[in-house]
Write a protein that binds this ligand. Structure first.
Ligand code: TXA
Ligand code: MG
Length: 335
C-alpha cells in the first residue's frame, strides 16, 4: 500500500504546482500528457515552450466528466446527442470537438472557435482533476514532432530536465492518442483515428460517421501534420508480414553491413537473424500492438540501428490508428 501513499503525495504536489502556474506530466490511458490549468496563461505558455510546439497547434482540454462540458462548450442544437456519446465512451480515449465558450482562453484553441474536450480514464489524472477542480490542457508529453511517450521514462528521457514533476502511472494501457471526433457539422467526422473507431461511434450514435483523418483523406485538422511522431533512426514500412520477411531474407543473404531491426505485428514463425527480429504482440492482437508500438520504436531508436523496418496493420479498427502513427513517423524518411 506504500505506493498508494506515494501517489497521494505526488497528486497533492501536482495540484499545488498546477495552481502556481506550473506544468506537470501525468499518465493517461493513451499517452503521457503535459498538463497545465486552463486558468493559468503562464503555465499554458510553458507547454508550448517546453515542447517546442507552434502556437497554432491547439491543445486538448481534459475534464472530469460530462457535467463539466456545459461550462466550457455549447452542446445544445447539435445533430449529435453528446450525453449518448459520452455515456458510451467517457471516461476513455475519445476527444470531442465542440464550439467553445469564453471560459476557454484563446491560447488553448489557437484562436479557433472550437475546443477539443476529453475525459481521461487513468486514475491518477482523474484524481488530479478532481482535486484541482479545473480543466487541464494537456498535449502529449514529448518534444514536438517526436515519438509519443507511453511510460514515465519516455517523458523523463526527453523532457525530464524541463518538467518539475512526472507522475509514474505505469505503461499506458491504450498506447496511441485519443480518437478526435468533430461533432460541429451535420455528420460527425473523425479528425484523428484512435482506439475508438468510426464504426464504434456510429453504432453508439446510430448515425453515420465520416473518417476524415489524414490517413484516410486529404482533409487536415490543425496540428495533424503529415510528418510527426518521428524517430531519429530511419523507419521504413512493409505492407504485410510477407513483405517484411522478404526484407529479412534479403538482409540475411546479402550479409549487408547495415544494422537493421525488423518489427512484426505478430510473432513470426521463421526467425532469421533472430537478434534483430521483434514483434509487437505474440498473437497479433491489434490492441496489444497499439499498446507497445511507441515503446518499441522508442527502444529501437536508442539501440543504434541504422534502419527500422516495421510491418503495417490492416486498415480496420485500431489498425487505422496504428497505420496513421506509423505512416507519419516514416514520412520524413520517404523518397
Ligand atoms: O490521447 C490524447 O489525446 C493525448 C492525451 C495526453 O490526452 N493528447 C494528445 O494531445 O494527443 P496532442 O496535443 O499531442 O494532440 C492533440 C491534437 C493535435 O493534433 C491538435 O491539433 C488537435 O488535437 N486539436 C486540438 N484542439 C483542436 C481543435 N479545436 N480542432 C481541431 N483539432 C484540435
Ligand atoms: Mg502529440
Amino acid at each position: 500500500m506504500i505506493w498508494r501513499k506515494t501517489w497521494r503525495n505526488e497528486i497533492s504536489l501536482a495540484v499545488r504546482l498546477l495552481r502556481r502556474d506550473g506544468v506537470v506530466a501525468l499518465p493517461t490511458e493513451t499517452v503521457y500528457g503535459l498538463a497545465a490549468s486552463i486558468k493559468s496563461e503562464v503555465a499554458l505558455g510553458k507547454i508550448f515552450q517546453i515542447k517546442g510546439r507552434p502556437l497554432l497547434d491547439p491543445l486538448i482540454v481534459h475534464l472530469l466528466d460530462y457535467n463539466w462540458i456545459s461550462k466550457y462548450a455549447y452542446i445544445d442544437g447539435l445533430r449529435v446527442n453528446i450525453k449518448v456519446l459520452t455515456d458510451a465512451f467517457w471516461p476513455g480515449p475519445l476527444t470531442i470537438i465542440l464550439q467553445k465558450k469564453p471560459m476557454i482562453p484563446a491560447i488553448v484553441t489557437a484562436g479557433l472557435d472550437f475546443v477539443a474536450l476529453r475525459c481521461p480514464a487513468h486514475e491518477i489524472f482523474r484524481k488530479v482533476l478532481k482535486y484541482i477542480n479545473v480543466p487541464l490542457a494537456a498535449p502529449s508529453a514529448n518534444p514536438f514532432g517526436c515519438l509519443s511517450p507511453t511510460t514515465a521514462k519516455h517523458v523523463q528521457d526527453s523532457l525530464g530536465d524541463k518538467i518539475p514533476l512526472i507522475i509514474d502511472g505505469g505503461a499506458c494501457s491504450v498506447g496511441v492518442e485519443s480518437t478526435i471526433l468533430d461533432v460541429t457539422s451535420d455528420i460527425p467526422c473523425i479528425l484523428r483515428p484512435g482506439a475508438i473507431s468510426a464504426s464504434d461511434i456510429a453504432q453508439a450514435l446510430k448515425v453515420p460517421v465520416l473518417d476524415h483523418s489524414p490517413s484516410t483523406s486529404s482533409a487536415v485538422a490543425p496540428g495533424q501534420l503529415k510528418q510527426h511522431y518521428s524517430p531519429n533512426t530511419r523507419l521504413i514500412l512493409a505492407e504485410t508480414a510477407e513483405d517484411l520477411s522478404l526484407l529479412v531474407k534479403n538482409a540475411f543473404l546479402s550479409q549487408t553491413t547495415e544494422k537493421a531491426a525488423f518489427v512484426y505485428l505478430k510473432r513470426p514463425h521463421d526467425l532469421y537473424c533472430a537478434n534483430d527480429i521483434f514483434w509487437l504482440s505474440n498473437k497479433g492482437d491489434y490492441f496489444e500492438v497499439a499498446k507497445s508500438l511507441f515503446d518499441m520504436l522508442q527502444n529501437l531508436d536508442k539501440a543504434e540501428y541504422d534502419v527500422i523496418y516495421c510491418q503495417k496493420a490492416e486498415q480496420k479498427g485500431i489498425g487505422i490508428a496504428i497505420n496513421d502513427r506509423l505512416t507519419r513517423a516514416a514520412a520524413k524518411f520517404a523518397n
